[in-house]
Design a protein around this ligand. Structure first.
Ligand code: NAD
Ligand code: GLY
Length: 343
């Protein structure tokens, strides 16, 4: 069992990492009205077990999928919160992957100007990344995560045992963000992520620590928090252009290849780094090519990315493992060329 204390604007919060924690959630939730929000896949797996422990809880179920990470889902949640009698003293609990956490977190941030919020992440990706740091939000047809807020959780409760039911493809998606954390700040994670026998709790703890170290220093992404977006300019464009048929983690994997190739192309790092990142991602079974996606369409989608400023491109690139760098104003033709190399 581990507890990582995160210092955040508005107060510290704990991340509990403990096998079997889902069976003991009642020890961690303050008394009073609460609403557990999960999706149609997770409700039969874990929803009932959770609400049975919480005598004053309602279970709300949203549809499963990135296509439901929308303002419409949030608007429906507001209505359900009122019907459930949730007031400002209540608690909203998000039980699910990054889609549930981001969507429900945004509802919790804005309902009655904000209510207590607990994250119970159930995917590897949500455990190591999205449940921590306070970014919540939804997509617009015009782009990913374009509406959102910073809403720090009051607690993050991680039970690695729930990964037993996570499909292998989703586990690999979590490995993409884990490897991203390794590339930004912890080379040892790159080896650990490749070991099939590594205890999931250990992998989660080490990977989430990278995120914690960064968000504590820069909670509002004025500076180094942007490093967490390594590969994400490409990834968000891939998700959007594919109509969200590409899962986020797979898009991040290709984004990491694109970002390291672009780094090499701009002579920030040598070609070997780009090759070894690509080989590593392939070894864990993640995609490394954009396939049929059109580089020009991807570039057009990138220009709605929040990371771009005043129309200038902005990428997180790598000098070496552990040395990310923010680069602005990369020529369009160079970016397109890198993507053509990934077809
Ligand atoms: P997801 O939430 O869509 O979950 C993937 C699938 O796994 C879903 O079908 C889900 O129902 C299922 N699932 C979840 N847990 C399961 C379990 N234990 N057993 C069986 N099935 C399970 O995808 P994700 O990869 O967790 O999250 C991706 C989202 O996270 C994207 O929207 C991305 O933008 C967002 N994100 C946010 C942040 C942030 O800082 N807020 C960071 C990274 C990613
Ligand atoms: N996933 C990027 C961040 O939390 O800043």
């Amino acid at each position: 069992m581990a507890i990582i204390q995160v210092s955040a604007p508005g107060g510290d919060y704990p991340i509990h990492i403990e096998a079997g924690l889902l069976q003991r959630v009642n020890e961690h939730i303050p008394a009073g009205r609460c609403v557990v929000v999960t999706n149609t896949t997770l409700a039969p797996l874990y929803g009932k077990a959770l609400t049975e422990q919480l005598p004053d809880a309602s279970l709300l179920i949203i549809p499963d999928g990135e296509q439901f990470k929308t303002l419409e889902t949030v608007a429906n949640l507001y209505v359900e919160f009122v019907r459930a009698g949730l007031d400002r003293s209540g608690t909203v609990i998000a039980l699910g992957g990054g889609v549930v956490g981001d969507t429900v977190g945004f509802a919790a941030a804005t309902y009655m100007r904000g209510v207590r919020f607990v994250q119970i992440p159930t995917t590897l990706l949500a455990m190591v990344d999205s449940s921590v740091g306070g970014k919540v939000g939804v997509d617009l047809p015009e782009g990913k995560n374009l509406v959102g807020a910073f809403k720090q959780p009051d607690k993050v409760l991680i039970d690695p045992d729930v990964l037993a039911t996570l499909p292998a493809r989703e586990r690999r998606c979590g490995l993409a963000e884990t490897l991203k954390h390794g590339l930004i700040a912890d080379p040892g994670l790159l080896e650990l992520a490749e070991q099939p026998d590594a205890a999931p709790g250990e992998l989660v703890q080490r990977a989430v620590q990278v995120k914690v170290n960064i968000v504590q220093q820069d909670p509002y992404e004025k500076d180094i928090r942007a490093h967490l977006n390594l590969g994400h300019t490409f990834a968000h464009a891939i998700e959007q252009v594919s109509g969200y048929t590409w899962p986020h983690g797979e898009a991040v994997a290709v984004g990491l290849v694109a970002a390291t190739r672009l780094s090499a192309r701009l002579s920030l790092c040598d070609e070997e780094l780009a090759k070894s990142v690509e080989q590593l991602l392939a070894r864990v079974g993640l995609p490394t090519r954009i396939g049929a996606l059109d580089p020009d369409a991807l570039y057009a989608a990138m220009s709605t990315d929040k990371k771009w400023q005043s129309g200038q491109s902005r990428f997180i690139l790598l000098h070496s493992i552990g040395q990310p760098v923010i680069v602005t104003g990369v020529e369009k033709s160079v970016v397109i060329d890198v993507m053509r190399g990934l077809q």
